[in-house]
Design a protein around this ligand. Sequence first.
Ligand SMILES: *Cc1c(COP(=O)(O)O)cnc(C)c1O
Ligand SMILES: [Zn+2]
Length: 402
Amino acid sequence: MKRTNFICTKCKKSFPIEQVYPRCDICNEPLEVEKVTKGKINEGNILKQTMLERYADFFPFDKADKDISLSEGVTPLVGSPKLASELNIKNILFKNESQNPTWSFKDRGTVVGVQHAISLGYKCIGTVSTGNMAVSVAAYGAKAGLTTFILVRADLPPEKINPIAIYHPILIKVDGDYGKLYFHSLEIGRQNDIYFINSDVPFRVEGCKTIAFEICEQMNFEVPDYVVVPTSSGGNIRGILKGFEEFKLSGLISKVPKMICAQARGCSPIYNAYIKNEATISRVETPHTIAQAIANPYPPSGNEVLRKIKDNGGIIVAVTDEEILQAQKRLAKEGIFGQPASAVPLAAVKKLKKENILNENDTVVCIVTGSGLKSTAALEKHDLKVLNCKLEDLNRLIGNKL
Ligand SMILES: *Cc1c(COP(=O)(O)O)cnc(C)c1O
Ligand SMILES: [Zn+2]
C-alpha cells in the first residue's frame, strides 16, 4: 500500500490504512481515505485497461490485481436532447450503471474492497445486503477465490435469493433486527478476520469515485452543473463527490459540480433531517417505497451526506412512488430500463425544475444506478400493453397502426 491514512469524516482523527473497521472510535462516524491531490490519468487503451489501472494514482494500492476484475465501470454516458427540451434544461445525460458485470454500480466499490482485502492478506470477505450489493460481492468473491459470507434478511423471496446463490457464496438468512446487522457484521468481521465490504465502507466509497472520473473524461473535462444520485446508505454520493474533488485538486477540472441527493419520500431520513435543519438523521420507523434499493431507514453515512451537501452547495430532495414510476416509464422511452431507485434522479430533476431550483442553462447528469431487470415486481405497477391477433388478421392490424 502507498503511504496514506484514513481520516474521520467528522473529527478528522487519522487511522492506519491497514485497518478494516470503517468507523471512528471516538465519534462513530464513517472514515474516508485521505484525498489524493496530485493524480493523473493513465492514458492507455481503455479496452485493455481495468478501472483500477487507468486511475491507479487515485488509489493507494501498489499494484492493481488484474485477475480480480470483471471489467467493471467504463459505462456509457447517454445524452437525451428530447428530454432536455421537454424539461426545458440545457442538457440531461444518463450514466448507465446497469452495464456493469452484475448490473449495478456496486461492482465499482466491490472490486476496490476486494483489492484492499487481498492486499491485507484476507481470505474471507462478506457483506450485508438484500439486493445488488449481495450479488456483486458474491460474484467478485467467486472470481477472486475468497470465502464469501453473504448475510441477508430472513424474509428475502427466492427471486432475490437465487441470483445471489448462483455464485455459491456462504449465504445466510439472518432472523433478527436487520437494521442492527450492519454494525453487528462489522464486529463479527473484526473477531473472525472477515473483511465486510458493506454499503459505505471507505474502500467501497473509493470505488465510486470512478463514476466521477469517467463523467469528467466523457464530457471532455467540462463538468456538469449538477449530478443527481439516488441515495440510501450514502456511500455512492460520497464517492462521486470525492472523485470530483480529487480531480479538481489534481488540476484536471476547474470546478466541482453540485450534488443532488435524491431519496424516495417513503424512506427519506437524510431529506427529513435536511428540511428540519438538523445535523443528524433520525431512523425512519416504517419505510415504504417501490424503490427498495434506496430504502435504508438509518443510513450509516447519513450525517456525513448532510455535512458534505452543505459544504458543496448541493440539494437534497425526495420524490413519491408515483413520480418514481412515471420517471421509470419516461426513462424507458429513452431506451434505458433502470430499476425504480435508478429512476429517482429523473423524477428529482423534473420536480426541481418545476420549483425553479434548476434552470434552463443547467447541464445535469443522472446516475442510473442499476438495471430494471433486478426489480421485475415493479413492472406490475405499469400499465404495459400487448396486442393479440390471429395470423390472418395480422396485416390488417398492422395497417391500422400505421
Ligand atoms: C445501492 C444502491 C443505491 C444506493 O446507494 P448508496 O451508496 O447506498 O447510497 C441506489 N441504487 C441502486 C440500484 C443501488 O443498488
Ligand atoms: Zn471522529
